[in-house]
Design a protein. Structure first.
Ligand SMILES: Nc1nc2c(ncn2[C@@H]2O[C@H](COP(=O)(O)OP(=O)(O)OP(=O)(O)O)[C@@H](O)[C@H]2O)c(=O)[nH]1
Ligand SMILES: [Mg+2]
Lengths: 334, 444
């Protein structure tokens, strides 16, 4: 079952009535048309039931070559990539040989377990236990960084934290205005300078502002960049260093936003961003579409980076803690 | 990164030349590698199935040409089939005999529509057109600001309705305004939307009905995965787009989604967007994309770019010099400046086949290149042609003149000498194996 927000935010006290608040958040959801998210939500509701009851892409009939081929195709079709797919199918085949998979139920159970194991890497929580805590958000152009920042800020505020946003995307046209608008919607200050100014300087200002306002969390928006653009990756490292110089041990979280519609390039993105700024977790965005986001499987499998949050829409409330079981089940539904 | 398909096929099929015809066993092994390579490149797996079947059919009993290895023969077949599937030559926009020609841009969130609108406008301007932009993304915060800023940068007017909440109305009045102001192309930017969002898809249908665009272009992220097929099919069903703009091609994604989209919708990829700068935009070349998907080195692009920038005679002179190893600092400087005109160096390197992988991954800091330029410019004419005379005191002078230090000058001279050697190797047709990976790195 999906974790509640105060579990996810490390450092947030459990407020009275937290459980209800979490229920509320689910209740508020607008009806989405079709899509992965709907299945995910269905998965949420049905999570007590068995995976196979709403599994339809792999028809378990008997343990034969065709079954393994179906499984392989399903995983490839979800963008899990060849290596992770082979690893999962191999593990399943081995378990079948060991006699662990005899029935349909066992097949789906073991499959879910294989995926959950892959996703077990690292800490699922978002560390906001420092004062101020700094969250740096990075990623390729258009993956959903700015929107995700708005959403995280909103959820933090609901948990009683005060938040400052740093408009360190000083490159893209109107990026500052975009974050400014989210700041207004959430009701938190946005520290900004002019377009074209040094992002390091913006971050510096934002942390100072957070200190003087006694804010709990600073979230830093950065310009979208391709992981292959060396000067821009260097700039990102510099932003990271500026943060570390101001607060020892910061940034406390470096979140990489990965678009769920991304194919195998997502793995290279995760690898290179990690090498540059030591990514502590992934936010998988746009799961409200029909893309299954299997690249998250590849990222966890090959790089051991935890998936922490999922984006399921364009509104403030459209952010969820990641749940491996739900995700696994939704992967195999039509 | 994975090895190229060419390398893998060479591996499984051996590299003996002129082996007669391919055996069934050879072909099966090759098909497995092709299947994996295409899947890794994000080609939709259903498309891969069809494709592999047709390649297999052609390969069975195919003669291996005298000059080729079986591996190369299969690569040749694959490349031909792939280019065929990607479509014929690049296709242009259709222009209305009664201007303005209306172009409607559609696509998922974050695919790069707004930037693509600006780039297309700039591209059209360079062809003597007189475009205008229409900002109809009323949903994403500051999306309209973004297009307006880009318009200002290019001195192209951007139409919108301040505080407007009706995208259809903005589009309609935008086109009217284009007529009134005598603009010959009107490009409409729309909000990113999910193909399954009924409400927003209906909005597109309305815009289409109202402004009757002459071109509807789907903007597709080259990093897209398997789901691109669903997206394209839905957009085709709802608004029947005419072609695709493929974005973010300056990254290292193989771009197999482009192939899938072409295969399932039959719609051509028309343009490729290849960088942050507004002029990083061009017609799409199917054969090059085929090479890219297969990881075969985009030789054609490299050659064409080089030709456009370097005057041919100079190129011949340079080649001559390279052969005789008379390559001087002047040539180095000129070459470097030409290369920089062509775009980021890392991009160039990745297009050259036969360059060792570790060198391709070498990262080049453009700022370092400024320093290199400064150092060379501080050399005398004699020093540039006969670098051997650059002794200690000359090095000091050069360092002072270029605002660098002696160490940097030393480094550049050393690397230049290595480069001379490399040039010699290259021109004598040897494969470049022994290039130090830091040759082109920063820290000159
Ligand atoms: N459907 C859907 N759309 C999303 C989601 N997250 C972000 N978006 C949309 O994706 C588009 C890009 O989002 P941004 O937040 O601007 O992305 P970014 O990474 O900050 O982009 P750049 O700063 O330009 O690199 C916008 O249209 C967002 O509304 C999501 O979870 N679901
Ligand atoms: Mg942004």
């Amino acid at each position: 079952m999906t974790r509640s927000w105060h579990e996810v935010f490390k450092g947030v006290d459990e407020p009275a009535g937290a459980a209800e608040a979490a229920e509320d958040a689910v209740g508020e959801e607008k009806e989405k048309s079709g899509g992965f998210f709907k299945r995910l939500k269905a998965g949420l509701a049905k999570s007590r039931k068995n995976m196979q009851q709403h599994m339809s892409t792999v028809m378990f009939d008997k343990l034969d070559a065709e079954l393994w081929e179906q499984l392989e195709e399903t995983l490839i079709f979800a963008d899990c990539g060849v290596d992770s797919t082979v690893a999962i199918v191999d593990r399943m085949e081995k378990e079948a040989q060991e006699g662990l998979i005899r029935t349909r139920e066992q097949f789906y159970e073991r499959l879910e377990a294989a995926l959950v194991d892959i996703f077990a890497a690292g800490d699922y929580r978002i560390d906001v236990s420092h004062h101020p805590s700094v969250i740096l958000v990075v990623g390729v152009n258009g993956t959903g960084k700015t929107t995700t920042i708005g959403k995280i800020a909103w959820h933090l505020k609901r948990e009683g934290m005060s938040v400052v946003l740093a408009a360190a995307d000083t490159f893209r046209a109107a990026a500052i205005e975009q974050l400014g608008e989210w700041g207004e919607r959430v009701g938190c200050p946005v520290i900004r300078q002019e377009r074209g100014s040094d992002p390091g300087a913006v971050v510096y200002d934002a942390i100072s502002a957070a200190r003087s306002r006694d804010a709990d969390v600073v979230i830093v928006d950065t310009a979208g960049r391709l992981h292959t653009q060396v000067p821009l990756m260097e700039e990102l490292k510099k932003i990271h260093r500026v943060i570390g110089k101001q607060i020892e041990g910061a940034p406390h979280e470096t979140l990489l936003s990965v678009d769920a519609t991304t194919g195998q390039n997502g793995l290279t993105q995760a690898r290179l961003f990690s090498e540059a700024v030591d990514v502590s977790g992934v936010v998988l965005t746009k799961l409200d579409g029909t893309a299954k986001g299997g690249i998250a499987v590849a990222i966890s499998h090959e790089l051991d980076i935890p998936i922490k949050l999922i984006g399921v829409g364009e509104q403030l409330e459209d952010l969820r803690p990641f749940d491996a079981g739900d995700f696994a089940r939704a992967l195999f539904e039509d | 990164m994975f090895d190229t398909l060419s390398d893998k096929l060479q591996d499984v099929l051996g590299d003996l030349k002129g082996q007669g015809s391919l055996t069934e066993d050879d072909i099966n092994k090759a098909m497995r590698e092709i299947r994996l390579a295409l899947l890794e490149a994000d080609v939709n797996f259903k498309v891969v199935k069809h494709f592999v079947a047709s390649v297999k059919e052609r390969s069975l009993g195919a003669e291996v040409m005298e000059s080729l290895t079986p591996g190369q023969q299969v690569v040749k077949i694959v490349h031909e089939e792939l280019s065929k599937l990607m479509g014929a030559a690049s296709t242009k926009l259709s222009f209305s005999p009664r201007p303005p020609t209306v172009v409607l841009m559609v696509g998922l969130q974050g695919s790069g529509k707004t930037t693509a609108c600006a780039k297309l406008a700039k591209h059209l301007m360079s062809q003597g057109k007189n475009p205008t932009l229409i900002a109809a993304d009323i949903y994403r915060p500051a999306a309209i600001d973004q297009l307006q800023t880009l318009g200002e940068q290019m001195k192209i007017p951007v139409f919108t309705i301040d505080g407007g909440d009706d995208a259809v109305e903005i589009a309609r009045r935008g086109v009217e305004a284009a007529v009134e102001s005598g603009r010959d192309v009107a490009i409409i930017d729309t909000a990113g939307r999910l193909h399954i969002d009924e409400e927003l898809m209906a909005e597109l249908v309305d815009i289409r009905a109202r402004v009757k665009p002459h071109n509807i272009l789907l903007v597709l992220d080259s990093m897209a995965g398997q789901d691109a097929v669903n997206v394209a099919e839905q957009f085709q069903e709802k608004v029947d787009f005419d072609g695709v703009i493929l974005t973010k091609l300056d990254g290292d994604a193989r771009g197999g989604a482009a192939l899938s989209v072409k295969a399932v919708t039959g719609k051509p990829i028309k343009f490729a967007s290849t960088g942050e700068k507004l002029n990083a935009f061009d017609y799409f070349h199917p054969d090059r994309m085929a090479s890219r998907i297969l990881g075969m080195g985009d030789v054609l692009t490299l050659i064409e770019k080089a030709q456009a920038t370097v005057d041919e005679k100079k190129a011949r002179e340079l080649e001559e010099k390279m052969r005789k190893a008379q390559f001087t600092f002047d040539d180095f400087l000129e070459q470097m400046q030409n290369m920089r005109k062509m775009g980021p160096l890392t991009g160039m390197l990745s297009m050259i086949p036969g360059i060792p992988k570790q060198l391709k991954q070498t990262q080049i800091d453009e700022r370092e290149l400024d320093r290199v330029e400064a150092i060379i410019c501080s050399m005398t004419r004699e020093e540039r042609t006969t670098p051997d005379i650059i002794n200690g005191s000359r090095r000091k002078r050069i360092a002072a003149g270029s605002g660098t230090n002696v160490q940097a000058v030393n480094q550049l001279i050393n690397r230049f000498k290595q480069m001379q050697k490399m040039m010699k190797q290259l021109s004598s047709g040897k494969k470049m194996q022994n290039i130090p990976p830091d040759l082109l790195k920063g820290g000159y």
